[in-house]
Structures are given as structure tokens and as C-alpha cells.
Design a protein around this ligand. Structure first.
Ligand SMILES: C[S@@+](CC[C@H](N)C(=O)[O-])C[C@H]1O[C@@H](n2cnc3c(N)ncnc32)[C@H](O)[C@@H]1O
Length: 178
């Protein structure tokens, strides 16, 4: 993975400060751990996550739809020489979950369909490390109020669980670290 170029140059919406929080959270997964990103677009947040994963010898699975995005994500992954860190799955997040059965997700980043955050949480929570971290983008966004609504419904105690919040990016700890 290249560290001499920054994901900030990749097209997307993640601010440098929010990107730094993604990298920080990714760098705290257990050694050899697994990160899953739902919604990658061109791979900007994916590279922020991969930078952290590299520090833990972990890897990142990107799940994105539609298929037209795949070439952009692949291009970004190649540019950052992150091929050995990243696996790309093309398909709708809820439908692709069975591909992950048998694996344990240490960090989940939800940024796919902003009207289906509830479904993403319900589908992927059972696959997670009980002391893992779940992150959401567009929490508190006026444009996508359903994101906050779905997160608060799923985690009424979200404030106590919050371990990071930068702009519209939120990180929640699921349980106590073992
Ligand atoms: C906000 S963008 C992701 C931006 C990216 N996380 C970043 O910060 O660089 C949302 C992405 O999710 C994709 N998407 C929308 N609905 C999806 C679904 N049901 N499953 C997977 N990806 C989806 C969109 O096509 C788009 O590429």
C-alpha cells in the first residue's frame, strides 16, 4: 500500500478530517482483522480504511452497486497498490451479505443507500465481532435524515457508544473490548 499519496485526491465526499477518523478506527482492529465498507463509489473512504488496515495486517471488503463503479474502485486500488488488502464485491449490500458468512467483521462502515441504513444494520450486525466498531456517514445530514433516524432507532444509547464523531461521520463501539 502506498503511503506517499493521499486518498484526498480521489473523487468522493469524505473530508480529510473524517478520512483521518476512518484510518484511526481501521488501525485499531485486531491484528489480521476484517473491515467491511458498504458503499465505495470511487474508493476514497476505502483507501482511508485500507491505510489503517495495512497497519494491522488486516483487509477490507468493499461492497458497492451499480457495477459501473467497479472500474473506478479498481483503478483507485491499483493506484494505491492496495490489491493485497482489498477485495471488491459488486452488488447490493443486503444481497451480498451471504458472501461473508463464516467471517467476522471487526469494523463495519455503512455508506451505501442512505434510505436503507436500517436494513444494512439488521443484515450485517449478526456478522460482527461483538466488541467491534460500526461507522456511519451522513449521520445528522439534513439531506438524508433517515440515516440518523435509523441509527438512533437501532442504537438508542448511541451517545454512550460513540467513540468518534467528525462532521457527519460517526463511530460506535458495539460492546466492551475483550
Ligand atoms: C455516498 S457513496 C459512497 C462514498 C464512499 N464511501 C466515499 O466516502 O468515498 C454511496 C455509494 O453506495 C452505492 N450504493 C447505493 N446503494 C447501494 C446498495 N444497496 N448496495 C451497495 N452499494 C450501494 C452508490 O452507488 C455509491 O457508490
Amino acid at each position: 500500500m502506498r503511503h506517499d499519496i493521499s486518498p484526498e485526491g480521489v473523487e468522493g465526499w469524505m473530508s480529510p478530517e473524517a478520512g483521518a477518523l476512518l484510518t484511526k478506527m481501521a488501525s485499531q482492529i485486531p491484528e489480521g482483522g476484517l473491515i467491511v465498507e458498504l458503499g465505495s463509489y470511487h474508493g476514497k473512504s476505502l483507501m482511508f480504511l485500507a491505510l489503517g488496515a495495512a497497519a494491522r495486517k488486516g483487509h477490507v471488503i468493499s461492497i458497492d452497486f451499480p457495477p459501473a463503479h467497479r472500474q473506478f474502485i479498481e483503478e483507485t486500488v491499483r493506484k494505491f497498490e492496495a490489491e493485497d488488502l482489498v477485495q471488491i464485491i459488486t452488488g447490493k449490500s443486503v444481497e451480498m451479505a451471504p458472501r461473508l458468512y463464516g467471517q467476522v467483521i471487526d469494523l463495519l462502515f455503512i455508506d451505501a443507500n442512505h434510505f436503507e441504513v436500517k436494513q444494512d444494520i439488521e443484515t450485517y450486525l449478526p456478522l460482527m465481532n461483538p466488541s467491534g466498531v460500526i461507522m456511519f456517514h451522513d449521520f445528522g445530514s439534513k439531506q438524508f435524515p433517515d440515516v440518523e433516524k435509523d441509527v438512533v432507532e437501532a442504537f438508542p444509547d448511541w451517545q454512550e457508544r460513540t467513540i468518534g464523531k467528525v462532521h457527519l461521520l460517526l463511530a460506535l463501539r458495539l460492546g466492551e473490548r475483550q
